[in-house]
Write a protein that binds this ligand. Sequence first.
Ligand code: F6R
Length: 643
Amino acid sequence: MDLQVKDSALIKYEPAGKFEETRFEKIHNISFQNATDASIIVAQEIADLIRSKEAAGEKCVLGLATGSSPINVYAELVRMHQEEGLSFKNVITFNLDEYWPMDKSDVQSYHYFMHEHLFNHVDIPAEQVNIPDGTIAQEEIKSFCIAYEDKIKAAGGLDFQLLGIGRTGHIGFNEPGSHFNSGTRMITLDYLTRADASGAFRGLSNVPKKAITMGINTVLSAKRIVLLGWGQNKAEILKETIEGEISSHVPATYLQEHENTTFVLDDAAASELTRVKTPWLVGTCDWTKELTAKAVFWLCQKVNKTILSLTDKDYNDNGMSDLLALQGSAYNLNIEMFNKLQHTITGWPGGKPGADDTNRPERAEPAKKRVIIFSPHPDDDVISMGGTFDRLVEQGHEVHIAYQTSGNIAVSDHEALKFAEVAAQIGNGDREKFAAIAEQIKNKQRNEIDPVEVRQLKGIIRRCESLGATRFEGVPDEQVHFLDLPFYETGGIKKNPMSQDDVDIVNDLIATVKPHQIYAAGDLADPHGTHKVCLNIIFESLEQLKSESYMNDCWVWLYRGAWHEFEMHEIEMAVPMSPDQVLKKRQAIFYHQSQKDGVMFQGEDLREFWVRAEDRNKETAGKYRALGLAEYAAMEAFMRYHF
Ligand code: F6R
C-alpha cells in the first residue's frame, strides 16, 4: 500500500528516511518525543487549513474529538486565536460523540468539555457548533442521527477529522463489532471503555452505558484524518491498528483504507510498533549497548532460552546476523550480556560499604547516605519500592519520605464518614464540628466537589495511614514530609497544571536534606496522570538545583508505579526480596487501609495494590530466572535518571 499521504502540509511531519522502515505498517504515522510538541504541530495544520479556507472564502468543516488526547491541540488553537488572531468565524464543527443520556451542563458531558477547552475561548458562532445531543429522547435518536449525517453533508463534508483512539480500538465511540459502513447512531459502550472513563465519573457505576457516535463511514468520509495517540497505555492497540489486519474487532483498522490519514504519536505510544520494539526485524540497526541488550533479552524470550544458551543460529535466524558479525561470536556476546544483567542485582540499594563498587549499581561511599523517596500519593513508596525502602532503613541510611500530594480525593465518602462519626462521638469541644462534617458527607450530591473540611479530613486519614507505615518501617516522624503540592488540591479529578509553587516546595526539601539518592516514580504510562505531573515537578526541580554543589553527589533512581514495569534492558538496579521481605512489604501496604478492599478509581484491574505489587515483583524475578540468573522470590526494579 502506498503510504504517501496527499496533503502537502504533512511535509512538516516527515523526518528524513521515514518510509524506509515501514515494512509492517499500513497507516502513515509519525512519533514525537513528547505529546505537547506533537499537539502544536497538529494545531498548526488545523490553523493552516482554517486560514486557507478563509482566504478562498469557504467554510472549514472540522470533525472534533474529546478526551485527554486533543486537549493540548485545543489549547494551542486557543493560544493562536488569542495571540495570533486566528479566527473561527468560518469554521463549522461536528463532534464525534456524546454520552447518552447526558445533560449538556454535566461536567462529564462532551458538550461541557468542548466549551471548556475550545468554544468558550474562540470566536466561533454558536450555531456553527454541532455536538450529538445526549438529552434526546430514545424514540427520537434515529431521526436525530440521520439529521446529523445530513447536516455534515450539507456543510460540504468534513475537511478534517481529529481522532483519539480507545484501548478497545474504538474511534469515536465505534466499539468492536462496528460496521465499516456505519453512520451516526446509538451504541453500547464496551466495559473497557467504561472502566477507562470511571476515574472521571468517580466510579464505574456512574459511567453511562450508551453513547451517540458518528459512524465509521462518517469518519472515513473526511478528506483528511489525524489520529492522536499518547502514552504507553495506547501502545498495544496502536500496534494492532497500524500493523494488524483490517477487522471489526479493532474498528480503528478501518483507517488503513483511508488514503489521507496520519497517526501522530508520542514515543511511548509508538513503543510497540515493530520498527521501534524490534528494529532488527525491519532494517539495519545502530547497535548501541542498550539496543543490544534489548535484542538479546528479546531473543531469549523468543527462542525460550537463557542468555548463555543462545547460539549463532539463534541470532542469525532472528534478524541479528549483523550484531553477531560485530561481536565476533554468540559466546562473547552472551557473556557480556549475562554480566551486564548480573551487575544490576544488588541487595545494597544504598551501596555496599567498603566493597569494590566498579560493577555495582550504586557507590559504596558515603557508607551512610541521605535518601529522599518521593511518593506521588501517600502509598506509592511502599507499593512500588517497599522492599528497597526497608533495606535502605535497615542498612543505616537516613531515609526521608516525601509524599507529594495529599491523596485526599482517593478516600471514599464512607471511609471519611466512619472517621467523622467516630470523632463526633468521642470528641469533646469538636463534637459538633465532626457531626457537621458527617452531615456534609451524607448530603453530598453526585459530582459535587468535597467541601474543604471534608477534604481536610480525607487528607488527614491518608497522613495517619502513611505514618503508620513509615513507623512500621522505622523512619522517625520528622523524616516524613507531607508536601501537599498545590497542583493537586482542586478537590476534583481534574488537577491544576504544575507551577513554580510546586517546584519551590520540592526545591526546599532537596536543599534541606541534600540527598545522595533520590527515588522518584518514573511513570510514563498515563501522560496526564498525577504521577507524571509529580515526576515533571521533580525533573524541573533538579534542573533548577543542578548547579548547587551538593547535587554533584546526588543520584536519581526511578521506580515504576502500580501499572507497568521497566523493560529488562532498561533496569539498572534490581533489588531482590526474600519471602519474608515480601510479607513485610505486604504488611506495610496494609497500613493504607483507605486504599484497601477496592479503591475509588479502580480502573479495569480489580486486584488490590498489594496483590499487584507482589505479582509484579514476582514477575520481575521470573524474568531474571528465565534469562538464566539466580531465582529470587521477588525483585524491585529501578532505572537511573541522569540530569
Ligand atoms: C472522544 C472519542 C473517543 C476518544 C478515545 C480516547 O470524542 O470519541 O474515541 O478519542 O476514547 O480517549 P482519550 O483521548 O481520553 O484517551
